[in-house]
Design a protein around this ligand. Structure first.
Ligand code: NAP
Length: 349
């Protein structure tokens, strides 16, 4: 099939760079446009980006000219890794002009007519799109994926909620510095240190997981009824958010039953054979001191949530550790999977 041209808004940032890596050589999409702020536009990508990836800038991308984030790009789909200070209005302008915007920014995630989708967990939430288009008079649309810590948490609690029902979730994060973008947290603040506060992060984990695991009733989202309490911490790790989670289940289950639930969970991304779908969205690791960010974050191309240390919890029912790649599974990879789903469902025809 002929590849579909796409654009990347915020192409110079931490998430934008991951979009470039994931979209170069993608079987369905090809990068046609790169856009960022006025500081970058009008320059060749390779001349203005602070490239922070382990592999070089793809040869086809380096010489491309960066444009302004104005809705005159030569494509119908845009992936947004825009800073939230500007994402709201820019993404709306693109949707109004007929573009499908796959966004990583927080601005529209909790809007009542915007889907917040993790492909494997709540693909049916895409059914809000026609209402969104009608409400707003848009030919295009905005689809969001969740905050990076919320995605990792949701991938682990989602299968449990579907099988046993969740009552209460308690999560403590250890979040990588790349989660704050570039240049992000100052080295003097984070080296040899832990910062026990990330603005807005705990609220996102608490609210976004309820929207994702809630129900779409015609044109209205009904959030899931479980309670989430989150503590968010920034730690001196480059990539990968680790979270210690305890859950109280509605229907009691043993450690073995919970592990089996994760192992058997696949979801539509896998069933539809989407190109970016991991073999298993959730992988339970056997080693007693894993997963660890430095050693495990790139396993399964960074697209699976890795779970370890599953054991009974004396306060709730079960406790465990989960690791996810914040800029891949928690951002660009999640968006790309959503775009693949939309395309496969024929919503762009
Ligand atoms: N990092 C993560 O792990 C992660 C995970 C999930 C979601 N997110 C969300 O994804 C978005 C991007 O995060 P990030 O970590 O990639 O941030 P980042 O590294 O700071 O990148 C921000 C991007 O926004 C662009 N930008 C800034 N001001 C602009 C303006 N006035 N007009 C147009 N473009 C502008 C920047 O372009 P210039 O280079 O030209 O300034 C850059 O490309 C944020 O909304 C963030 O909350 C991040």
């Amino acid at each position: 099939m002929e590849k579909i041209p796409v654009g990347i808004l915020g192409a110079t940032g931490a998430v934008g760079q991951k979009f470039i890596l994931l979209l170069t050589d993608h079987p369905w999409f090809e990068i046609r446009e790169l856009a960022a702020s006025e500081r970058s536009s009008g320059n060749r990508y390779q001349d203005i980006v602070t490239w922070n990836q382990a592999v070089p800038i793809p040869e086809t991308i380096g010489p491309m000219m960066v444009k302004n984030c104005e809705p005159n790009l030569d494509c119908k789909i845009v992936f947004s890794g825009l800073d939230s200070s500007v994402a709201g209005n820019i993404e709306e302008a693109f949707a109004q002009a007929g573009y499908w915007v796959f966004s990583n920014a927080k601005n529209h995630r909790m809007d009542p007519d915007v889907p917040l989708v993790i492909t494997e967990l709540n693909p049916e939430h895409l059914n809000i799109i026609p209402y969104q288009q009608k409400n707003r008079g848009w030919e295009g649309a905005i689809l969001t994926n969740a905050n990076c810590s919320a995605i990792v948490l949701a991938l682990s609690i989602g299968p449990l909620h579907k099988m046993f029902g969740l009552e209460t979730v308690h999560a403590v994060t250890m979040q990588a510095v790349s989660g704050a973008g570039y240049p992000g947290v100052s080295s003097l603040d984070i080296l040899g240190n832990v910062i026990p506060f990330i603005p807005g992060e705990e609220e996102k984990m608490e609210n976004e997981t309820q929207k994702i695991l809630g129900v779409l009733d015609q044109d209205r989202f009904r959030p899931a009824a479980f309670t989430v309490s989150a503590h968010a911490n920034r730690v001196p790790v480059e990539e990968g958010h680790l979270e210690c989670v305890s859950v109280k289940l509605k229907e009691k289950a043993s450690v073995e039953e919970v592990i089996r639930c994760w192992q058997e969970f696949t979801g539509p991304a896998h069933d539809l054979k989407l190109p970016s779908a991991p073999q298993q969205p959730v992988v339970v690791v056997a080693e007693k001191d894993r997963p660890q960010p430095r050693r495990d974050v790139w396993k399964y191309q960074g697209m699976s949530a890795l779970i370890g240390r599953v054991r009974p919890c004396p306060l709730f029912d079960i406790k465990y550790v989960v690791l996810g790649h914040n800029t891949i599974r928690g951002a660009a990879g999640a968006s790309l999977l959503n775009a693949e789903l939309v395309l496969k469902k024929g919503m762009l025809d």
